[in-house]
Structure formats: structure tokens, C-alpha cells
Design a protein around this ligand. Structure first.
Ligand SMILES: *Cc1c(COP(=O)(O)O)cnc(C)c1O
Length: 386
């Protein structure tokens, strides 16, 4: 049941992560136009204790003090977050690995972790008087936006690649959104979204082109820390598309260090992508994604992002954490789904399977040691891909 939020947001300002320019948090903002970067939210964190966590709230809004919503009457929640951590004991024994934890984000409303970011972004859109949102999506973000916009009485236009599954399309229609299908990947959909923003004045909620989906995804970091009794894993393997969750967790970890909630070494952050679309592998090696880079579709829909807007922030988090990046093939993901389903009784999305395959590869390379604790993500529900 939705409990009333009692804590007050400590958010103070928005900031360009590149030059530090401050943007007014009480006005509608998009991204840091000064440096063409996402905007990040700053908080007054001085001497905040863990008591600020509102334990009467089961959802991720228990961290409302560290989220940017100022007036709780604007809250749009379907009880997202508080997802289970499942120990993959049989897999750990087979791979001779100390501990493998699977955070199952498929348990979220609308069946993916996109619910976290969209709950905060739609709540803020309501707070700032937005009436029509447009969003390009590989699939799951569109479903989440459609559901939360319905709840908020905000109109939604979702633009999706035509090759996406029927389930992902039909849920948008059922939630009452306008659905536009295009040939190509999410970057083509993003161009169309930009055009509708220009022509019709819709608010563009593309990944990291507005500040607050990042804050919602940040709750992954707080939740992992709280659920694991403030002992973070050694390695986190994240299936990376736009990178919101990876950047968000890294932000959460650093906020928690600043507040003194955690100490010691932070997890090494691993980017997993597919062989069909792995721009971050090149970007991590060279700092750029070549103009000529071409991606092809993948069964891991959420990872098919050829040009992540937040590339620089992804690189920063991976490097600062001593992390790495790895690619997996379509066949490996397919086999991974079968492995985990038949041994652990859990159906992974292709993206979730990518983290398991990435783990196996990094153990083989001896990049992950056997005494380390590893956290994998199942970012979405298998059922949405039919
Ligand atoms: C969107 C999505 C991802 C990628 O998340 P980013 O934060 O954009 O990197 C991974 N898995 C699933 C199931 C997704 O829907």
C-alpha cells in the first residue's frame, strides 16, 4: 500500500557535470546545454543519517529525502523498487564463485526497472506542469511512461522500433498512449521525438535529456546498499544501453560516502553490451564513438543504443571504479536464459542473461576472483519479449 511520504526533499540545484554551471531546479530544465551533457541533481547532504530513510514506505520512495520531488501531492507511484535479491547458489557452485546475487528488477511495475526512472520523471513533470510527454524507446521505457502518464493524467506519445515485441507495443496502447512505430533503432526514434518536441511543444523525456530519470535509477544504489546491510558487492555487472542505472548507482554510492553511510572500496562497475551494439567498448578504449559506427538490432532491446547521450558519464564511472566493458553474442544470451531457467528457476530477459554471460567471461579472464561477491541485474521480465 502507498504510505504517505513524510520526509522533505534535500535537492538544492541542478548542475552541469562538465563545467559545474548551476541550473535552477525550480524551473523546467532539459540537459546542460552549456556542454551538451546530462544535468545532475545536487542535494544538501550535510550530516544526513540513515534515519532519513522512511522505513514506513516499502517502495523506492523511502529515499524521498534524496529524490527531487518537492510536493508529495505530485507523487506518481505504482510501488516501484524494493525488488528481491536472489542468491544464485547453484550457479555460484558451478562457476566456483563465492557469491552471486541477482537483483530481479523484472518484479517492478510494468515489468522492468524503467519504472524507477519514470516514476520520478513523471512526478516531476506533473510538479512542473507538463501536459504532454514524448519519448523514444527500445520498448520497456515506453511501457513505463505510458502507465505512469495514465496515472498522472498526462498525455504520452511513444516512438518505438517496429521490430519490437507485440507485448511491448500493446501495453502502450492499453495504457492509452499514442504509439508511433518506425524502422530502425532508438536513435531514429529519438530524431522523430525531437521533431515532435519542435513542432508540437511536447516535453522530451529521452534518456538523460531531462534530469530526473537518473534520480529514479539512483535508488538502485541506495536499495542495494540497504538490502545488503551497507556492504556493497565487489563487482556489479550492468547491462548498458543509455547507462542511466550505472551512472545513477555511481552517483548514489558517492552520495552515501559523502553522508558517511558507507566506506571502503566501491564496486567495480562492468558495462555489458551485445556484439550487435557495443559502442561503449570503443568509447571506453578511445573516448569516442566513431561517426561511422553502425549497430544492428539485438534481442536485448534495451542494449541497442548506438549513441548513448551520457557516454562521458558512463566512461567516468567505469574508470573511477576500475571497471571494464565486455560484449556478448545473441547465441550466448539465448543459452544463458536456458541455463538460468533450468537450474535456478528464474526467467531472465536477454539483458539479464547478458550480465550472466558477462560474469562467466570475466571469471574465465580471471578479472573476477573466486572470493569476490558479484551482483547481476535482471533488468526486465522475460515475458515482455514475446
Ligand atoms: C533500458 C534497459 C536496459 C538499459 O538500461 P540503461 O539504463 O538505459 O543503460 C537494460 N535492460 C532492460 C530490460 C532495459 O529495458
Amino acid at each position: 500500500m502507498v504510505q504517505e511520504i513524510k520526509t522533505v526533499s534535500r535537492a538544492t540545484e541542478l548542475c552541469c557535470p562538465s563545467c559545474g554551471r548551476i541550473y535552477n531546479i525550480y524551473l523546467l530544465q532539459t540537459y546542460a546545454t552549456c556542454c551538451n551533457q546530462p544535468l545532475v541533481t545536487n542535494y544538501y547532504l550535510g550530516n544526513l543519517s540513515k534515519n532519513i530513510i522512511d522505513k514506513s514506505v516499502a517502495s523506492m520512495w523511502r529515499y524521498a529525502a534524496l529524490l527531487p520531488l518537492f510536493d508529495k501531492k505530485n507523487l506518481v507511484s505504482l510501488e516501484e523498487g524494493s525488488t528481491p535479491n536472489i542468491l544464485l547458489n547453484k550457479t555460484a557452485a558451478k562457476l566456483n564463485q563465492n557469491k552471486i546475487i541477482l537483483k530481479d528488477e523484472g518484479a517492478n511495475p510494468t515489468g522492468s526497472f524503467k519504472a524507477r526512472g519514470i516514476s520520478v520523471a513523471v512526478s516531476k513533470a506533473k510538479e512542473l506542469g507538463i501536459t504532454h510527454i514524448v519519448m523514444p524507446t527500445a520498448g520497456n521505457a515506453g511501457g513505463a511512461l505510458s502507465a505512469y502518464a495514465a496515472k498522472a493524467d498526462i498525455k504520452a506519445t511513444v516512438i518505438m522500433p517496429r521490430h519490437t515485441s507485440e507485448t511491448l507495443k500493446e501495453e502502450c496502447r492499453l495504457y492509452g498512449a499514442e504509439l508511433i512505430l518506425l524502422d530502425g533503432l532508438i536513435d531514429a526514434c529519438g530524431k522523430k521525438a525531437g521533431q515532435l518536441k519542435q513542432e508540437k511543444g511536447y516535453f522530451d523525456m529521452s534518456t538523460l535529456k531531462e534530469p530526473y530519470r537518473l534520480e529514479g535509477k539512483k535508488t538502485l544504489g541506495y536499495e542495494i546498499a540497504e538490502q545488503l546491510n551497507w556492504q556493497l558487492p565487489d563487482v556489479i555487472i550492468y547491462p548498458t544501453g543509455g547507462g542511466t542505472g550505472l551512472i545513477g548507482m555511481w552517483k548514489a554510492f558517492n552520495e552515501m560516502i559523502e553522508m558517511g553511510w558507507i566506506s571502503g572500496k566501491l564496486p567495480r562497475m562492468v558495462v555489458v553490451q551485445t556484439e550487435n551494439c557495443n559502442p561503449m567498448i570503443q568509447a571506453l578504449a578511445t573516448g569516442i564513438i566513431p561517426e561511422t559506427y553502425v549497430a544492428t538490432p539485438s534481442s536485448a532491446l534495451g542494449l541497442a543504443v548506438p549513441r548513448p547521450f551520457a557516454k562521458d558519464l558512463i566512461i567516468e564511472a567505469v574508470k573511477a571504479s576500475n571497471g571494464t566493458a565486455i560484449s556478448v553474442s545473441e547465441e550466448e544470451m539465448e543459452r544463458g536464459i536456458r541455463d538460468i531457467a533450468s537450474s535456478e528457476g528464474i526467467l531472465l530477459s536477454p539483458e539479464g542473461s547478458a550480465t550472466y554471460v558477462g560474469l562467466k567471461k570475466l571469471i574465465e579472464k580471471d578479472w573476477i576472483k573466486e572470493d569476490e561477491t558479484v551482483l547481476l541485474f535482471n533488468t526486465g521480465s522475460w515475458y515482455k519479449y514475446r
